[in-house]
Design a protein around this ligand. Structure first.
Ligand SMILES: *Cc1c(COP(=O)(O)O)cnc(C)c1O
Length: 233
């Protein structure tokens, strides 16, 4: 068995065990395999092992992979999620090639994605990224900005606002992991209470998956635990 296949099984077990501890149905948590920096062969291996949803951060790299994996036929079922920073002049290929975008952090980006989404593809699934740890350097909407932007984005015709995405400040302190994810969950619940039909909490990575599942994640974004350590050189 390849190491990617083994790693995928291990991560699926981790998700199921975390779900059970949280008294949640394992099927309520989707695994997004983050394939950034890894080539099409690694993605193919994951597909062979039954993984169909992939997350990418870097547009050019992602577009090459998407094109390479368009054929043969089984790849038609692949689902591509854009999870990286978005420049406003680069929205068109994202609107045309992806099924989901997790990293929308301003109304302008959402408006462009909606305008550029080909109608025949159906609405683009969007999460708003929130900056939950308040780090000046990280992208994401502040909790204060979120309600107004969410209300605006929910009105756009070719976008379906699904929920929130967050990347809390990395910490090995499990209590702090829980605290950050619970704060994202509270923002999500308050938007829902305000009438938005949201169903997605995109949170949790290789190092903090368990806490994210315990606090209600519906999509976990896992890279290195599946594909190994990334090499950026
Ligand atoms: C790289 C990345 C991940 C995956 O991180 P790992 O620690 O490798 O699991 C998840 N989400 C985002 C937004 C990322 O950029």
């Amino acid at each position: 068995m390849s190491s990617i296949t083994k790693n995928l099984q291990h991560v699926q077990h981790q998700i199921a065990a975390s779900a059970e501890r949280a008294r949640r149905a394992p099927s309520s948590i989707q695994l997004l395999a983050v394939s950034k920096t890894f080539g099409e062969d690694a993605v193919r291996e994951a597909v062979q092992a039954g993984q169909f949803a992939f997350g990418e951060n870097y547009l050019q790299e992602a577009l090459e992979k998407i094109a390479a994996l368009k054929s043969p036929a089984p790849a038609a079922r692949l689902e591509w999620h854009f999870i990286g920073p978005i420049q406003s002049n680069k929205t068109r290929p994202i609107a045309e090639q992806f099924d989901w975008v997790h990293s929308v952090d301003r109304e302008k980006i959402a408006r462009r994605l909606s305008e550029q989404r080909p109608a025949e593809l159906g609405p683009l699934n969007v999460c708003l990224q929130v900056n939950i740890s308040g780090e000046a350097s990280k992208s994401g909407l502040t909790p204060q900005e979120l309600p107004e932007v969410a209300a605006q984005v929910a009105q756009l015709p070719h976008i379906r606002l699904r929920g929130l995405m967050a990347i809390p400040e990395p910490t090995e302190d499990v209590a702090r992991q829980h605290q950050a994810f619970a704060a994202v969950r509270a923002l999500y619940e308050s938007l829902r209470a305000g009438g938005l039909a949201l169903d997605t909490l995109s949170m949790g990575m290789s190092a903090d998956l368990e806490a994210a599942v315990a606090e209600g994640a519906t999509i976990v974004r896992i890279g290195s635990a599946i594909f190994g350590a990334r090499n950026y050189t």
